[in-house]
Design a protein around this ligand. Structure first.
Ligand SMILES: Nc1ncnc2c1ncn2[C@@H]1O[C@H](COP(=O)(O)OP(=O)(O)OP(=O)(O)O)[C@@H](O)[C@H]1O
Length: 250
C-alpha cells in the first residue's frame, strides 16, 4: 500500500490556533513558527510553515525532490536562516543565535548526511571522536564514550579501519556514531539511507529507532516509502512549500 494522504488531516500540521495553544509549552523539541524560506535566487523552498515536534518523537519528512526537506533540516541547525518566521530548537531561537551560542546549540544536535562526510585519512575511532576532541573532552571521557557508541552501531571490531575499507552501510553507521557520541537530544538524518540497499537501510533505521527508545528526538528525511511504512512512525510531507501530515498504512 502506498503512503496515503488522509483528506481529514491534509492541512498544515499545526495551524495558527494550535500554535498559540502550544505557546510556552516546554515539551517541544522543535517549533517552526510561520517560517518562509526564499533563497537569494528567488526560489521559495518553504512558505509560511508551522510545525511542532515534541521531545522524544520520531518523525519522517518526505516529499518530492526539491520540495524543501533538506532546507527544513538546515533551518533547524542554523545552516540556513528563514526569510521570515522563527525556528526554535531545544528552547533556543535559532533565528537569533550567532557565534558561540549557535555552536553550543549545534553540539546538542547530531546530524547524519546521505553521503556520510567521513574524513578519509582518519580511522573509524578517529572519525567518531574528532568532534569530541575539538570540543575539549578529556581523553578519558572520549574513551568512555567511544566503545559503547561503536558497539551500538555494530562497529567495535572496525575501530581501526579507514573509511575506504568499509562498506557503504558501515560508513553510514560510522557517521551515525559520530552524530551520537556526544549524546545529543536531537538527531537529524538527511536521507540517511539514500545510498544504501534495503538491508543496510533497515539496519540504519533500527539504530535510529533504538536511539529514539533511549529518549532522543529523531527527524529523518527520506524518499523511501517502503521504509517509512515499515517503521510505522508519523510522517510529514513537504509539497509546494507547505507541510502536510500523512497517515501510514503498513
Ligand atoms: N542554496 C540554495 N540556493 C538556491 N536555491 C536552493 C538552495 N538550496 C536549495 N535550493 C532550492 O530550494 C528547493 C528545496 O531544496 P531542498 O534541497 O531543500 O529540497 P529536498 O526536498 O531536500 O530535495 P532532494 O530530495 O532532491 O534532496 C529546491 O528548489 C532547490 O533548488
Amino acid at each position: 500500500m502506498p503512503v496515503l494522504t488522509n483528506p481529514a488531516t491534509s492541512e498544515q500540521v499545526t495551524d495558527e490556533k494550535e500554535g498559540k495553544a502550544q505557546e510556552g509549552c516546554t515539551s517541544n523539541m522543535v517549533q517552526l513558527r510561520s517560517v518562509t524560506k526564499t533563497y537569494a535566487n528567488g526560489c521559495h523552498a518553504l512558505l509560511d510553515v508551522n510545525l511542532e515536534i515534541k521531545n522524544k518523537e520520531f518523525l519522517f519528512i518526505t516529499g518530492p525532490s526539491g520540495s524543501g526537506k533538506s532546507t527544513l533540516l538546515r533551518l533547524l541547525y542554523g545552516e540556513e536562516l528563514p526569510t521570515q518566521g522563527e525556528v526554535v530548537v531545544n528552547g533556543c531561537n535559532v533565528t537569533t543565535l550567532r557565534g558561540d551560542r549557535l555552536s553550543l546549540l549545534r553540539r546538542r544536535i547530531g546530524i547524519v548526511f546521505q553521503d556520510y562526510k567521513l574524513i578519509p585519512q582518519r580511522t573509524v575511532a578517529e572519525n567518531v571522536t574528532f568532534v569530541l576532541q575539538a570540543q575539549g573532552y578529556t581523553r578519558k571521557e572520549i574513551q568512555r564514550r567511544l566503545e559503547p557508541t561503536l558497539k551500538l552501531v555494530g562497529l567495535l571490531s572496525k575501530a581501526d579501519c579507514f573509511p575506504d575499507q568499509l562498506s557503504g552501510g558501515e560508513q553510514q553507521r560510522v557517521s551515525i556514531a559520530r552524530a551520537i557520541v556526544g549524546t545529543p537530544p536531537l538527531i537529524l538524518a538527511d536521507e540517511p539511507t539514500g545510498n544504501l540497499d534495503p538491508d543496510n537501510s533497515w539496519q540504519v533505521m533500527q539504530i535510529l529507532r533504538k536511539l529514539n527508545s533511549f529518549g532522543a528526538t529523531i527527524i529523518v528525511t527520506t524518499h523511501d516509502e517502503q521504509l517509512v511504512r515499515r517503521c510505522n512512525r508519523p510522517v510529514v510531507q513537504v509539497r509546494n512549500g507547505k507541510l502536510y501530515q500523512l497517515t501510514v498504512n503498513s
